[in-house]
Structure formats: C-alpha cells, structure tokens
Design a protein around this ligand. Sequence first.
Ligand SMILES: N[C@@H](CCC(=O)N[C@@H](CS)C(=O)NCC(=O)O)C(=O)O
Length: 212
Amino acid sequence: MAGGFTLYSRPGSGGFVVEVAFAMAGQAFENVEISKTEAGEGGSFRSVNPVGQVPALILPDGRLMTESAAICLYLAELFPGRGIGPLAGSTDRPDFLRWMLFLSSAHYPTLLRWYYPARRTTDATGIDAVKAAALAESEQLFAVIETHLAGRDWLVGDAMTIADVYLAMLAHWLPPHDSPRGDWVNIIRVCASVAAHPVVAEVNRAHRVWPA
Ligand SMILES: N[C@@H](CCC(=O)N[C@@H](CS)C(=O)NCC(=O)O)C(=O)O
C-alpha cells in the first residue's frame, strides 16, 4: 500500500497486539506475513528489520518502526478516541504507560528466554536451567499482575485498553500449555473479557493466540 502502513507479522506472534490496535483504530494496513525462514539469519526480511523480529511496521513516510509496545502507544496517539489507551494528560495515562512497558520490556523477554534459551548461554548443558529460570521469572511477573487485577475489570482504568490485549497475548504464550495458570483467576477472567471483545475476536481468528 503506497503511502500507507505496512505491517510485517506472523500469525501467533507479537504482531497480534499491533493488528488489534489497527483494528480498534479502524485503520487499514498492508499485512505481510513473514515466515521464520525469511526472518532467520541470512533471510530476506533482514533487509527490513536487521534483527529479524516481527512485528515491524513501515510508516507511510517509509520509516521502520519496531517494538510492539512503541507501535501500540504511537497508534493510540495517532487515533485518539478509539479505546486503544488513555492519552497524555489523562489520569489513567501513567498506569497505561506502566503496564505497557512492564509487559513489553520486563515480561515479554522472560518468555523469549524460554523460547530461545540458546541465546542466553554459551553452555550447551545450561539450556534447561535458562528455561527454568525464565519460566520462574515469568510466573513471578504474572503473580504481580494477578494481585493487581484483584477487584478490577481491566489493567488500567475502567475500560479495556490495548494493555489488556497485550496481557492476554503473553498469558497464552506461557509454556508449557500456551494458557494462563489455572490458579490465576483474575488473569483468566480478564483474558475471557478480552477474548469476548468482537474486534479482538476477529483478529484472533487469523492469529489463534488462543483457541478461536
Ligand atoms: N521487543 C520486540 C520483540 C519482538 C519479538 O521477539 N518477536 C518474536 C515473535 S513473537 C520474533 O520475531 N522472534 C524471532 C527472533 O527473535 O528471532 C517487540 O516487542 O516487538
């Protein structure tokens, strides 16, 4: 789409939350599916994003934007009033920034460590230990969220934001079952509310972050 947005993504990836933000905005974009081979070392996608990760967004002026949370925050500003998240100046803005960064910069990397453990050690016999530590840290962070959600409908304020969608995505990546732990009743409750949102449900039909 010349002059529009182009999103490089893959079903089930972090592109999910960005696609939901675009859908909430009602903004069309060209969706380019990148295979793991194209994204791998030496693959053609490396000329777009040198680190080979999705999501990667090409802005209408041709610049590259990476980082799922940064893209979501940008779309929230670009498309105000669409429920993506509270804007600067609103009471809920600090909470929104807190949880978006908590999820993307503290939590997402713990899951990446579990899925790509060989990047975290040069000791071939240390893989299992890296995975165990990654899972333990992820569970600690989910426990923080579980406590925060007690008596609340959403992570931020009194309406769904893209932060809740981000949470549902991470909760359904949790190894080994791709689902939140059964005793996290508050997280499960919020994930169910997110899944019931018609815009989210429509995007998830293609992504299947959770069973559609
Ligand atoms: N910090 C990045 C992480 C993106 C990321 O790790 N994406 C995964 C898919 S969910 C990926 O492309 N992994 C391939 C790799 O790391 O080689 C973001 O928030 O967008």
